[in-house]
Design a binder for this molecule. Structure first.
Ligand SMILES: NC(=O)c1ccc[n+]([C@@H]2O[C@H](COP(=O)([O-])OP(=O)(O)OC[C@H]3O[C@@H](n4cnc5c(N)ncnc54)[C@H](O)[C@@H]3O)[C@@H](O)[C@H]2O)c1
Ligand SMILES: O=c1ccn([C@@H]2O[C@H](COP(=O)(O)OP(=O)(O)O[C@H]3O[C@H](CO)[C@@H](O)[C@H](O)[C@H]3O)[C@@H](O)[C@H]2O)c(=O)[nH]1
Length: 332
């Protein structure tokens, strides 16, 4: 299915920009709606940018009126888990208030298809691994609770109104566009792989390894890293499934394989050829020991299987992107 206009809310950000690129590559038009609070204008390359805030009804109504999209993919949120503990009101306002505002605008514009960025952080500290979608959701962070609240909101609204939605629970989004064009540019950056690459490049001093006493094979947290280009493929499939008239659904997006923090640091050293200077620190609050996706629902509903979600491909693509952005190609 192509030739659609898709409003990509938060499309100037890390994951959203990769989905825009994938939409355009197959003949859809991504219209980015973004307030550029953490996104980048230079990442909007495949369709128009409509600058505005999701919580402002006039802004979002204007985007629907000007561009008449067929569907919406919603990425915009406050994502920095630690900040949520300090500023919960800001997180609830943007992550939940933003979706209420968006749903109201969709209703006014008569657009009823929505793909939503949820997260494995809604599961909290699971007992059963790998995580299926039916695992109880008991998030341990403000961030995770706002995302779970949106899932509940979408479920309630879809029962009463003409709304079909997909809530996609990403595991750890990582990597960069394989052609090096776009990648992860968060500021501040809290994610493991870009921080490790920066340390390997000698640009940030020693990195912090949070927690070495977890009940895992080497004492560090296990995560399921999914390449952002694989995530993009899954979003197109989710959109197509909804636009074909199927019911709303919830689905994990992960690779199904877990790696410890130490294994990721080893891979960073292997790919870059540089050591990762690193100090051991206490656990970071809110980190679950292990998060690992059961991928069977994504396979069944979306025909989705990852193809680039191995540590070496993820880190290789991220490294190529960051070398360019950091201006290292001539001297590292
Ligand atoms: N990065 C991950 O590993 C990960 C994992 C699970 C879920 N997610 C979810 O995926 C989504 C995208 O994450 P990301 O890493 O690309 O984040 P990001 O910060 O790079 O992108 C978010 C975008 O939304 C925009 N935005 C924020 N608030 C807005 C508002 N009120 N109005 C308009 N635009 C607004 C920002 O400017 C930015 O461009 C988020 O919802 C996040 O919670 C991310
Ligand atoms: O400088 C760092 C950064 C991270 N870590 C550790 O590395 C692991 C992965 O951390 P990170 O890359 O920050 O990812 P998560 O905390 O797993 O969270 C990400 O993945 C979640 C889904 O798992 C999303 O919901 C969040 O938005 C996203 O930040 C964790 O054990 C961290 O403690 C370090 O040791 N040092």
């Amino acid at each position: 299915m192509n030739g659609r206009k898709v409003l990509v809310v938060g499309g100037a950000g890390y994951i959203g920009s990769h989905i825009c690129k994938a939409l355009a590559a197959r003949g859809d038009t991504p219209i980015v709606f973004d307030n550029l609070s953490s996104g980048h204008e230079h990442a909007v390359q495949w369709g128009p940018l409509h600058r505005g805030d999701i919580r402002n009804a006039a802004d979002i109504d204007a985007a629907f009126a000007n561009h008449k999209p067929d569907a919406v993919i919603h990425f915009a949120a406050c994502i920095e888990v630690g900040e949520g503990e300090i500023e919960p009101l800001r997180f609830w306002d943007n992550n939940v208030g933003g979706v209420i505002s968006l749903l109201q605008a969709m209703k006014r514009a008569n657009v009823n298809t929505l793909v939503f960025s949820s997260t494995c952080a809604t599961y909290g500290e699971p007992e059963t691994l790998p995580l299926t979608e039916s695992e109880p959701q008991t998030p341990v962070s403000v961030y995770g609770r706002t995302k779970l609240a949106v899932e509940t909101l979408l479920s309630d609204v879809s029962k009463a109104e003409d709304l079909s939605y997909a809530a996609l629970r990403y595991f750890n989004a990582s990597g960069a566009s394989p052609d090096g064009e776009i990648g992860e540019e968060h500021d501040p950056e809290s994610h493991l792989i870009p921080n490790a690459l920066k340390a390997a490049a000698g640009l940030s001093g020693r990195m912090k390894l949070f927690g070495t006493d977890y009940p895992t094979r080497d004492g560090t947290c296990v995560r399921d890293y999914i390449h952002v280009s694989d995530l993009a493929v899954a979003h197109l499939a989710a959109l197509d499934r909804l636009l074909s008239g199927n019911d709303s659904f919830v689905c994990n997006l992960g690779s199904g394989t877990g790696f410890t923090v130490r294994e990721i640091l080893d891979a960073v050293e292997r790919v870059t050829g540089n050591p990762v200077p690193c100090d051991e620190h206490p656990r970071r609050p809110g980190d679950a020991p292990t998060l690992l996706a059961d991928t069977s629902t994504a396979e069944r509903l979306l025909g989705f299987k990852t193809v680039r979600s191995t540590p070496d491909l993820v880190i290789g693509d991220a490294w190529a992107f960051h070398r360019r952005v950091w201006g290292l190609d001539d001297n590292t």
